[in-house]
Design a binder for this molecule. Structure first.
Ligand code: ADP
Ligand code: MG
Length: 333
């Protein structure tokens, strides 16, 4: 090969190399439909291949959690428990026991507003088909709602229900848990800037090019609009809304967040957003505060250090927890 051609080829090779490095270093993202929602992950990495491998691991973990904890998948671990735990102890995984105990802690913290046995009644709603249980059906199954019916035996990794009609659903906490698992995996891999979101539950590590991440709160009554944009770093944020899964009948909105005391949709808010260090907790609390309503909900949040709330109430008004109010009011009045 003559020298001119060789140097031309070398130049070309260099350009390709530099070109590909430019494309590779920087932000990488992946979006997939999992858990009945949109899962999105984004991270900064020097190396494009390693970035892609990490994004694939995020999606794989999301699919694993869906496969184990979905009530819609017949051979999920959750479905197996729902089938058998009413008859006696069921052997399960340490992870399931841990998630059941995390749920119970949130139930106790919220005076039962969060309750995975809501599904004893909730299973008879079908939002896509516009079906709901009638008053008799609710009355019959309402007595099976209480987190105290779910008994765990962590030493022997067993669970049982102490009421025969109990049915559980981890939909109020599983997405936040999945987000935390993925963020922990990214942190362990040395990632310092990332965001993982599963529908309305997200958590971010670090900032975005020296600026805070911008996380939007959906306008609960306009599909294409944001109600609020939050500048955030190193935070988990979860939103629960009455617009996610619902149908209307005679002007009444039936949606997927149920008050465990009544077996009916909670109606004191349109949307609740919780900020905190971990998505498992913010997810559980967003559902809980939605059930509690703005007054009792904000009173609870103001008692919890490091947790904040932004509520859009049933009149469409924005309400903030005390720390957020202080932070946005320099006069402190
Ligand atoms: P989304 O699923 O829209 O992100 P949430 O985090 O508020 O919203 O979770 C709502 C889900 O929580 C429901 O689809 C249902 O699976 C579950 N759920 C509904 N009501 C309760 C409740 N009172 N306690 C615990 N979980 C609930
Ligand atoms: Mg939630």
């Amino acid at each position: 090969m003559n020298t001119r051609r060789r140097s031309a080829l070398q130049a070309l090779f260099l350009t390709l190399l530099i070109g590909s490095v430019e494309v590779r270093a920087g932000w990488h993202e992946l979006t997939e439909p999992i858990m009945g929602t949109r899962v999105h992950a984004e991270l900064w990495h020097e190396d494009g291949e390693k970035a892609r491998a990490l994004l694939d691991r995020v999606m794989a973990e999301m699919r694993r959690i869906d496969a184990e904890y979905s009530p819609y998948i017949e051979d999920s671990e959750l479905s197996r428990i729902n089938r058998d735990a009413g008859q006696g102890w069921v052997q399960t995984t340490a992870e399931m026991i841990d998630l059941l105990e995390k749920s119970a802690r949130i139930s106790r913290l919220t005076g039962g507003a969060f309750d995975i046995t809501y599904a004893s009644v909730g299973r008879y709603y079908d939002y896509r088909e516009g079906r709901r249980p009638d008053d008799d059906a609710i009355a019959e199954t309402l007595e099976a709602i209480s987190y105290e019916f779910v008994q765990t035996d962590p030493e022997n990794r067993r669970v049982r229900f102490t009421h025969p009609l109990v049915y559980i659903d981890l939909g109020g906490i599983a997405k936040g848990y999945a987000v935390d698992r993925c963020i922990e995996m990214l942190l362990a891999a040395g990632i310092t800037q990332a965001s993982v979101a599963a529908g309305g539950d997200s958590r971010i590590i670090g900032d975005r090019n020296g600026e805070p991440w911008s996380v939007g709160i959906q306008d609960p009554r306009r599909d294409d609009a944001m109600a609020v944009l939050l500048p955030l770093v190193d935070t988990a944020v979860s939103t629960s809304g009455d617009y996610e899964r619902f149908f209307e009948e005679d002007g009444v909105r039936y949606h997927h967040i149920l008050n465990p005391r009544t077996g009916e949709s909670a109606r004191d808010s349109w949307s609740v957003t919780i900020l905190g260090p971990e998505a498992t907790l913010t997810d559980g609390l967003s559902t809980s505060v939605f059930v509690l309503g703005p007054e009792a909900g904000l009173a609870l949040i103001d008692r919890l250090p490091g947790i904040d709330a932004i509520i859009i109430d049933a009149e469409g008004r924005l309400r903030f927890s005390a720390d957020l109010l202080d932070a946005t009011d320099p006069a402190g009045s």
